[in-house]
Design a protein around this ligand. Structure first.
Ligand SMILES: NC(=O)c1ccc[n+]([C@@H]2O[C@H](COP(=O)([O-])OP(=O)(O)OC[C@H]3O[C@@H](n4cnc5c(N)ncnc54)[C@H](OP(=O)(O)O)[C@@H]3O)[C@@H](O)[C@H]2O)c1
Length: 281
């Protein structure tokens, strides 16, 4: 890592483009309340919005960008290809539909949401994303929930390394082996459900003790842990106060504090059993 994990400067991807080191998760942010929450986040400084066809809120995300005072070109919107659109032609159609729904000429970051190995079409899906990138419909391309084996297949068959792999990553699932694979291949790790959905995790003493020492909140400590691991979190909050809190940089965690938080990792640490080999989404 080039800094101590405290910087929120955009990070350089393997395709030469930059990506904000933290984004707003938007799952569940729908309707007028969802738009208001996303406009709030943009006003507070978020410049990466994480959506997906499967979240049913691409229109709200696009509308929030239009309503906010932040120029659209300063915002990276990330969206994702769902299972039913795997395959070359269906993916090209899905990209066109997402551009229409979001109201943008070019999508900032487009990911394959899940590998769906049972469908066995993620290589074709990837080839469609590569073509869309080469034709200027999409800026950066990546994947989500891909294991080391899925990445190896993609790179072996196409020679194109994803810029990003967005995986479930939080203290109960620190993903050390997966992060090492990303580092070796030059893939940026993004963390989904980075706060472990915010409940029990934020009350653990391994988190609350450093929070007290740093005069920070438990969520800020967990987000700092992600940054110090070299992973970019996309925490979701509908609340302006918590959105601001999640964006604010805090002091450095010691090695012992990092190890104690990572030590919360456990077998079966997935929040809802989202296994990349079997999840059909
Ligand atoms: N690629 C994938 O397969 C995948 C899968 C799941 C999620 N994701 C992405 O990851 C994003 C985040 O994941 P997530 O929404 O599951 O979980 P999360 O970000 O870990 O946690 C969100 C929960 O934590 C609360 N929260 C947020 N900030 C807080 C704070 N400072 N203090 C206390 N509580 C706080 C939120 O409530 P309030 O809203 O009330 O603040 C919400 O209930 C999603 O929105 C989505 O964009 C991707």
């Amino acid at each position: 890592m080039s800094d101590d994990g405290g910087s929120r400067e955009p990070l350089r991807l393997n395709d030469g483009h930059h990506l904000p080191a933290i984004g707003l998760g938007t799952f569940g942010l729908t309707g007028e309340a969802g738009i208001a929450a996303i406009v709030s986040a943009l006003g507070l400084g978020y410049r990466l919005l994480d959506t997906a066809v499967g979240y049913g809120n691409e229109w709200e995300v696009g509308e929030a960008v239009r309503r906010s005072e932040v120029p659209g070109e300063d915002v990276v919107v990330a969206t994702k290809i769902r299972a039913r659109d795997h395959g070359y032609d269906a993916t090209r159609r899905s990209i066109a539909e997402s551009r229409r729904t979001l109201g943008v000429d070019r999508i900032g970051l487009h990911l394959i949401h899940w590998p769906n190995p049972r469908l066995d079409r993620y290589v074709e899906t990837w080839q469609a994303l590569v073509a869309a990138r080469d034709e200027g419909e999409v800026r950066s391309i990546g994947v989500s929930n891909f294991t080391a084996a899925h990445l190896e297949t993609l790179v072996g068959e196409t020679g194109v390394v994803p810029a990003v792999n967005q995986v479930e990553l939080h203290p109960h699932l620190p993903q050390a082996a997966q992060r090492a694979v990303h580092e070796r291949l030059g893939i940026r790790t993004q963390s989904w459900s980075p706060l472990g959905r915010g409940r029990v995790l934020l009350e653990r003493p391994e988190v609350t003790r450093p929070a007290e020492r740093l005069s920070a909140s438990p969520a800020q400590v967990v987000l700092r842990w992600h940054h110090q691991l070299g992973a970019d979190p996309v925490p979701k909050s509908a609340d302006p106060g918590r959105q601001r809190e999640n964006l604010a940089p805090v002091g450095r965690l010691t090695e012992a504090e990092m190890d104690a938080i990572t030590g919360l990792g456990r077998r079966g640490g997935r929040l809802w059993g989202g296994d990349p080999e079997t999840t059909h989404l």
